[in-house]
Structures are given as structure tokens and as C-alpha cells.
Ligand binder design. Structure first.
Ligand SMILES: [Zn+2]
Length: 285
């Protein structure tokens, strides 16, 4: 039996109209969804997207210029000052300023240009909220001992357990233990990790004060302040092998050797910097 002949014309037409109605409805929905996506895109910010996805334990999202923490805290992402000098960026950056300088992943092809210090711009309130205030004992409470290259006599270092930093450093230690023994002298003894102190010559807390940084053997470290002449001049130099840098970067630690104001024994946990570098450093649309 031919189906077409058994269905009255009116029902076919009604069905057609119903379908047409559904098509219209679904296209209205599509337009609305598209409009919402466009509004969201207009307010979306690739740097904040990276930040949120880099700290999933702590950050919930962002809206109307505020960063939303999972405990309900709201922080302004911008102070609306976009023409800051380098000194101002260092001393009083807002949350977005942390992305002001692109971090070069992997083996550097050039030495850093003047004031090219990717990741050295840190919003103090953001990191204090994240890891606590060491002066109040808030960081110490969350520290976890990590065996540091135990097969090479590296002892133990203390870092924060927040954001899984301790586990990540333990994984770094295991990977570094696989490198040939000629690398040991750079790694052991470590100059230490947690240290409730400010950055030399500043009143800003170091990432060591948050328990989220480690220094390798200072005998092979180079630091811009140690070599600065009376006239304020210093030349970039480094003795840390890049095989070591690679291991740290694979676990979301950035290297102080990629800064014009270099600190080559220093590594700190900055997943947002590594993640944004992997995306090609997208800026605001
Ligand atoms: Zn350091």
C-alpha cells in the first residue's frame, strides 16, 4: 500500500505547517542562543578564562569586572589604569596586569629584552587570598614536606599543599631524578622553598612566602641584583641547564631565568602563565 495515498491532503498540510512552525521556533531559539553567546563573547576575556581554568579548586568564574572565588569572595580584575610604567606594574598590578608580558615556553631563542619579566608581575591580594598570609601563620598551616631528589641526598623541602603544589613538586623531583647524574649539582642542595620573606629590596612578598616557589643550588644560580653595577647595569646570564627548566615547565612552574631581572635558580608555580603561553597568549577581543 502506498502510504501517501492513505494520508488526507489536509493532514499532510497540517503536518507541514507544524514542521514549519517547529523550524521557525528552533531558528528563534538558535538566534537567542547566538545572541547570548555574542553578549558573553563581548564580556569574555581570554586571560580571565585562563586564570579560572588554572585554579579550579579556588576560582568559580568572573562577571561584570569581578573575579569570583568559590567561597563567595569578589575581587575587581582591573583598576582601570592601562598606562602603567614598568615600576607601577611591579608595585601595584591589578589581576589582569599579571598577563602583561608574554612568557616564552620552552627553549628561549633570545635573551630577555629590557624589563621583559613574564610572570614577575603579581597581584599581592590575589596570591594572599590563594595561599594565605605567612605573617599570620596561614601559609605554614598548609605546608607539606616533599622529598627532594631523595636518591641524591636532597633532603626535604616545604611547599604549600594548596592547588596540589606539593604533589606537582614531588612529580618534578621524580622526573629530575631520572636525569643523568651530571645534573645533580644544580639541583642539590636546594636553597629551599617556603620562606616567609619579602623580595630583596622591596616590601612585596616573595612567592616563597606563599610556599609556591623553590630555589635550586645557589652555587649555580645567577641573580640580577648580585651582578648589578653601581650605575644599575647588569647582563643576563645563566648556568642552569634547560633540561631542568623543561621538567619544571611541564608541571606548570615558570622559570626566573626567563626574566630580564633574572633569578636563574628560582622556579614558581604559575599554571595560568604556562597555560596562557600554550594558547599563544590571546589578549582581549
Ligand atoms: Zn626563589
Amino acid at each position: 500500500m502506498n502510504l501517501r495515498t492513505t494520508v488526507p491532503q489536509s493532514r499532510v498540510l497540517a503536518g507541514f505547517e507544524r514542521n514549519l512552525h517547529q523550524v521557525r521556533e528552533s531558528s528563534i531559539i538558535a538566534v537567542v542562543v547566538l545572541a547570548i553567546a555574542m553578549v558573553k563573547a563581548a564580556h569574555s576575556n581570554p586571560m580571565l578564562d585562563t586564570l579560572i581554568s588554572s585554579y579550579p579548586d579556588q576560582l568559580a568564574g568572573y562577571e561584570n569586572g569581578y573575579l569570583l572565588w568559590k567561597d563567595g569572595t569578589r575581587m575587581p580584575v582591573s583598576d582601570e589604569r592601562r598606562e602603567k610604567t614598568f615600576e607601577e606594574l611591579l608595585k601595584a598590578p591589578d589581576i589582569l596586569d599579571q598577563f602583561a608580558i608574554r612568557y616564552p615556553l620552552g627553549t628561549p631563542t633570545t635573551i630577555p629584552r629590557v624589563n621583559e619579566d613574564p610572570g614577575r608581575i603579581r597581584n599581592e591580594a590575589f596570591f594572599r587570598k590563594m595561599y594565605g598570609d605567612c605573617e599570620k601563620g596561614e601559609v605554614a598551616r598548609q605546608l607539606s614536606p616533599v622529598p627532594w631528589l631523595p636518591n641524591r641526598g636532597g633532603g626535604t623541602v616545604l611547599v604549600t599543599a594548596v592547588n596540589g603544589v606539593a604533589e606537582k613538586l614531588a612529580a618534578i623531583s621524580r622526573e629530575l631524578s631520572q636525569l643523568p647524574s651530571k645534573f645533580s649539582r644544580y639541583l642539590v642542595p636546594s636553597e629551599g622553598a617556603y620562606n616567609c620573606r619579602v623580595i630583596a629590596d622591596t616590601n612585596r612578598p616573595s612567592m616563597h612566602a606563599f610556599g609556591a616557589a623553590i630555589d635550586l643550588n645557589s652555587r649555580f644560580g645567577d641573580y640580577w641584583l648580585w651582578t648589578k653595577s653601581r650605575e644599575g647595569k647588569f647582563d643576563w646570564k645563566n648556568r642552569i641547564p634547560l633540561e631542568i627548566v623543561d621538567v619544571f615547565e611541564r608541571h606548570q612552574f615558570i622559570w626566573g631565568g626567563k626574566w630580564f631581572h633574572y633569578d636563574t635558580m628560582h622556579f614558581e608555580y604559575r599554571p595560568e602563565i604556562i597555560a596562557h603561553a600554550k594558547k599563544g597568549w590571546p589578549e582581549r577581543p
